[in-house]
Each structure stands twice: as C-alpha cells, then as structure tokens.
Design a protein around this ligand. Structure first.
Ligand code: NAD
Length: 276
C-alpha cells in the first residue's frame, strides 16, 4: 500500500495513517469502514465507547482483506478499568469485532483520580503475552502518567494516542515519547474540522501545493512523525485524506504552521477528566 508503516517498540509495523470512527453509528461504521478499506486504508481506530465495534468488524470481514494486512485498534473504556474488569471488557471487544486478536489495545484515558491505570495496564500486559493484542499502549496519558507506568510495569507502551493538531502541537509530550520510544498518535488530527481547516495560513499552503487544507494538515503530522487517524463519513473526503503521499511541506511551510499553536485543547484535560 502507499501508506508507509512505522515500527513500534516491539517490532510490530503500524500504518502511519489510519481511519478513525468516533461519532459514527454502528451501521454507518460498516459503510464508512468499507469505503475506507476500498480507498486503501488498512488501519482502523475504534473504541468500546464508540459503540461501533460490531459494524467495524463486519466491514473488515466483508472486505475479504487478509487479517495480517489489517491493523485494528480498540480501547478500554473508563468504567472498565481495574485488572479483572479489563480482561472482561477486552473479551467483549474482541467478540464484537469478530476477531481473534487486535493489533493495538489502548487504555482510553488515565483517570488519575481513580488511580487504577497501573493495574489496568498490567491486564493489558497479560493480554499481549497471550497474543490477543500484538501491541499495547495508552491514550490521553500525560508524561507524569507515563512515568508511573515506566516505573511500575514491564512493557513500555507502544503508542500514546493524544489530542494533537497544529493548534495544539503537544511539543512536550512528543519529546517525552521520543525519549522513551513511544509512538505519538494524533487524535482529532484535523482539529475536528472546525476552524482549523478555514485558517488562512493553511489555505495559502494548500494553494501553494495544489492540495486541500485537510491534506496540508495531514502532511504536517506525517512529517512530524505522528501516526494520524482522520475521520470522515464522506467518500470524497475519505479518499482525499489518504491522498497525502505525493507532496512535501518545506521548512518555510512548517515554520508557518508552527505559528498556529494556541495552547488550547478542544477536548478535556486528561489530568482531570474522570467520566465513567
Ligand atoms: P478529525 O480531526 O479527524 O476531524 C473529523 C472531522 O473533520 C469530520 O467529521 C469532518 O467534519 C471534517 N473533515 C474530515 N475530513 C475532511 C476533509 N478532507 N475536508 C474537510 N473537512 C474534513 O476528528 P476526530 O474524529 O475527533 O478524530 C479522529 C479520530 O481520532 C476519531 O475518529 C477517533 O478514532 C480518534 N479519537 C480518539 C480520542 C481519544 O480520546 N483517544 C478522542 C477523539 C478522537
């Protein structure tokens, strides 16, 4: 495929660009994931809380694509943290997906107020040892949460999936990840399509390269070394978002994009988010 892979810290290859399905209903996920696979995506990012693991799994099966060419990520929801609850939730996710293993299993949020992410991660280590997840990692972990895992568990997370886009570029987390051989995966890579894609700086770069604003933003992520998982349910945009391997941003372009940092998140702060 035209999408390059990144090698995770345990040797597993992960496509650098995948397809996200947050806020996509189960039956719509069946259609959208089918369209994404048709367009050439091989990596799909879902989560138990998205309620679309079944539709996603059905689309994977219907595609006829060999299992070892697919990369499937799902996530443990907050209410299921704790060692035994995690093992049960993982079984439920696998059943819904109709798979014998996932490629990547993530803890969705750290919930530091509950203080259960260490034992939860130890359950993920067990799942990986059993071969039911090829790689394990976390999402929305800040460096202090990762420090605890590094100190108290054995498997270095392969990935940390965090909010990241030109308006919130997460320099500190990216540097921390790089030091510890953890891949940075960007969620809401397009800033959820709100505002960011209308930015005049991005419009100028899009015109310069003969690409769209979304393609410029995705290219920025790829050149930073991030894994990206843009979401769309519109077939033309699904195709557009994977058509980002025929141009390159230069240093001036990257400097212009660095000027968009607002320091403001769209989503919640992981240090305090405790929704279960
Ligand atoms: P995104 O940044 O991918 O933006 C998606 C939205 O942008 C679309 O709904 C559409 O409105 C617009 N869009 C998409 N392609 C476009 C194009 N080519 N041109 C114009 N507009 C376009 O937002 P997201 O869905 O929040 O993030 C992507 C994925 O990240 C999710 O689907 C999910 O898999 C993951 N995610 C994870 C977490 C987490 O806590 N781990 C949180 C949010 C999202």
């Amino acid at each position: 495929s035209k999408v390059p892979s990144i090698t995770l810290n345990n040797g597993v290859a992960m496509p650098q660009l995948g397809f996200g399905v947050w806020q996509v209903e189960d039956d719509q996920a069946f259609t959208a994931v089918g369209q994404a696979l048709e367009a050439g995506y091989r990596s799909i990012d879902t989560a138990a809380i998205y309620g679309n693991e079944e539709g996603t799994g059905k689309a994977l099966a219907a595609s006829g694509i060999a299992r070892d060419e697919l990369f499937v990520t799902t996530k443990l929801w907050n209410a299921d943290q704790g060692h035994d609850a995690t093992l049960r939730a993982f079984d439920a996710s696998l059943t819904k997906l109709g798979l014998e293993y996932v490629d990547l299993y993530l803890i969705h949020w750290p919930l530091p107020s509950k203080d259960r992410y260490v034992e939860t991660y130890q359950a993920l280590e067990k799942i990986q040892a059993e071969g039911r997840a090829k790689a394990i990692g976390v999402s929305n972990f800040r460096p202090e949460h990762l420090e605890r895992l590094l100190g108290e568990t054995s498997v270095v997370p392969a990935v940390n999936q965090i909010e990241l886009h030109p308006q919130f570029p997460q320099a500190e987390s990216r540097a921390f990840h790089a030091r510890h051989n953890i891949v940075t995966e960007a969620w809401s890579p397009l800033g959820q399509g709100k505002g960011l894609l209308e930015d005049p700086t991005i419009a100028t770069l899009a015109a310069k390269h003969g690409k769209t604003p979304a393609q410029v933003v995705l290219r920025w992520h790829l050149q930073l070394g991030n894994v990206v998982i843009p979401k769309s349910v519109t077939p033309s945009r699904i195709a557009e978002n994977i058509d980002v391997f025929d141009f390159e941003l230069d240093d001036t372009d990257l400097a212009a994009l660095a000027g968009l940092d607002t320091g403001k998140r769209i989503g919640p702060d992981p240090a305090t988010f405790d929704m279960a």
